[in-house]
Design a protein around this ligand. Structure first.
Ligand SMILES: [Zn+2]
Ligand SMILES: [Zn+2]
Ligand SMILES: [Zn+2]
Ligand SMILES: [Zn+2]
Length: 114
């Protein structure tokens, strides 16, 4: 079946309907939000993930306000995604993840402190 283009959820660019990555804004979830733990699609406003029960609101490490688990903080706009610290992997994922969703290795945390 031919795929037709759909607008990216984040930047509005029309991209292939089966894209896993927006080529314009590099979003990993161009058609909506995903639970950062189990990757089930979730909607903004949901309190917890219906798949794994994880809370979908977190405290932003930059401004300390509560924000939805999107790619950016709702309050200050700071990015909430980090790259896997394993050089061969580098997969982009949610900052709270302890182990990389792609390679399974532990991620060195850069947040906190300061
Ligand atoms: Zn985009
Ligand atoms: Zn989940
Ligand atoms: Zn923030
Ligand atoms: Zn990794």
């Amino acid at each position: 079946m031919a795929t037709y283009k759909q607008p990216c959820f984040h930047c509005g660019e029309f991209i292939e309907g089966d894209s896993r990555l927006c080529p314009k804004c590099y979003s990993r979830s161009p058609f909506g939000y995903h639970c950062p733990a189990c990757l089930k699609p979730v909607e903004k406003g949901q309190a917890v993930c219906s798949g794994c029960g994880r809370s979908l609101y977190v405290i932003c490490p930059t401004c300390r306000q509560e924000t939805f688990v999107g790619e950016r903080c709702d309050a200050c706009g700071a990015g909430l995604m980090i790259h896997c610290t394993n050089k061969r992997c580098g997969e982009l994922q949610f900052f709270e993840n302890i182990n990389c969703i792609a390679c399974g290795k532990k991620i060195k945390r850069k947040f906190g402190g300061k």
